[in-house]
Design a protein. Structure first.
Lengths: 208, 220
């Protein structure tokens, strides 16, 4: 019985399948790691934020209109002390009953300091004290205060944010001046710019 | 590279030393000093700078920068608040656009403000007042509905209905009043504008005198 010859290709004449080389495997692994890292760094925080695990982005948190009454009340603290160039926005926070105050000290709009002639920070302390009193008496619901300094060109010079309970504790004498300042969260990236440095460059240097 | 890092350190140290000398000399702006005090406390609390021996800790600095990036990525409360300053800047831009659009009764121009702050009902209220003043009932109705929807969304998300409604009505009254003040009494739309103002002002007054009876907030 004649055996049917297998085509040459099936008789083992085919070149053995090449396994991916070390370089190719390494590249694929690297690519996989990069993709996973991107997912972890970019997609995961976004997804977790949507699920409420992380906080909400500013765009969403302050999407509503400012509270005109609360804004005017806090603004009045500065006006009563004849501190020019200050603009206050008390913003509702999406998903919360609390509000947050944004205080803009704008040199391009005439801001010259809380007390350019006083030589001490008594006016600054009075402002904080008035803020606490108004929050209590008018139920402004402030949970945080964020302050921005703008220079003569109207650009951000420095910014920090502090929880209202720290302001209250300081005014009530529960915490010291140093502790109060220590509770402020400083915008370090912008501050580096103020120091004439670039955060990315410095990090780059640290990596080398 | 190493020299740049040294430069960075030196600049940082120089800044701190310069500020200390400035403060000690007594010739300084008190706010600048306060800002620096806050910066110094922050740097010290985060183990970046030690005021006692005026030393700068590179590792602490790197760790704080990394923390700031993490805060930014995860929208920590502090990072969100600082990012909020960009939202405030955008709102100021939208306010400027809206002010000029209201003065000229220019609805298309107001659209720019709405684009900048799509969920801010203030600009919908401004659109409503301009639309009533120029007799565009379609836009007036849509703007009012859009504004109410946005307030309802904010209430549904956990906002306090009384406060949000009071803010919304207050803007409506102000915006309508501004149009009334500049529209000629002979204008065919004047009476509609006056009527819209009277209704809105009454609702705002009723909201304060009888919050529980306000239809908009009932059950919310």
């Amino acid at each position: 019985m004649a055996t049917k010859e297998k085509p040459a290709i099936e008789q083992g004449n085919q070149e053995p399948k090449k396994r991916p080389g070390f370089l190719r495997r390494s590249c694929l692994t690297c690519l996989g790691v990069i993709v996973l890292a991107v997912l972890a760094c970019v997609v995961a925080p976004f997804a977790l934020s949507r699920l409420g695990v992380f906080g909400q982005p500013a765009e969403q948190a302050y999407s509503g209109a400012p509270d005109p009454f609360a804004s005017a009340s806090v603004q009045n603290i500065f006006e009563a002390k004849q501190i020019a160039g200050v603009k206050v926005y008390v913003m509702p926070v999406t998903g919360k009953t609390a509000t947050q105050a944004f205080i803009i000290l704008d040199a391009s709009n005439g801001y010259q300091g809380t007390s350019p002639n006083a030589g001490d920070d008594s006016v600054f302390v009075q402002v904080l004290s008035d803020l606490v009193n108004r929050d209590r008496s008018e139920s402004l619901g402030l949970e945080r205060v964020t302050v921005e300094y703008r220079d003569e060109e109207g650009s951000r010079k420095m910014a920090f944010t502090i929880p209202m309970h720290s302001v209250t504790s300081y005014v009530d004498g529960v915490i010291s001046r140093d502790e109060f300042f220590g509770n402020a969260y400083f915008d370090m990236t912008d501050s580096l710019g103020y120091f004439g440095l670039d955060a990315a460059d410095v990090l780059d240097e640290l990596g080398n | 590279m190493q020299s740049n890092l040294k430069l960075a350190r030196n600049l940082m140290l120089l800044s701190v030393v310069a500020v200390s000398s400035f403060v000690l000399s007594g010739c300084y702006d008190i706010d600048e000093a306060i800002a620096w005090d806050i910066a110094e406390e922050f740097l010290s609390a985060n183990d970046i700078y030690s005021p006692s021996n005026e030393s700068f800790n590179v590792a602490g600095f790197a760790s704080s920068l990394a923390e700031e990036m993490w805060d930014e990525a995860t929208n920590s409360e502090e990072a969100t608040a600082l990012d909020g300053l960009d939202i405030i800047a955008r709102m100021e831009q939208a306010d400027a656009v809206s002010e000029s659009a209201r003065a000229l009764r220019n609805l298309p121009a107001l659209g720019e403000a709405i684009k900048l702050r799509p969920n801010d009902w203030n600009y919908r209220e401004d659109a409503f007042s301009i639309a009533v003043a120029i007799g565009d009932t379609g836009v007036a109705e849509n703007s009012l509905k859009a504004s109410d929807d946005l307030v309802n969304e904010a209430v549904a998300a956990g906002g306090k209905c009384f406060n949000l409604r009071a803010n919304q009505l207050s803007r409506r009254v102000d915006s309508l009043e501004q149009q009334l003040g500049t529209l000629s009494q002979e204008d065919p739309n004047y009476s509609s504008l006056q009527l819209a103002f009277d209704i809105s002002a009454r609702e705002l007054s009723d909201l304060y005198s009888n919050p529980a009876g306000n239809l908009f907030c009932q059950g919310k």
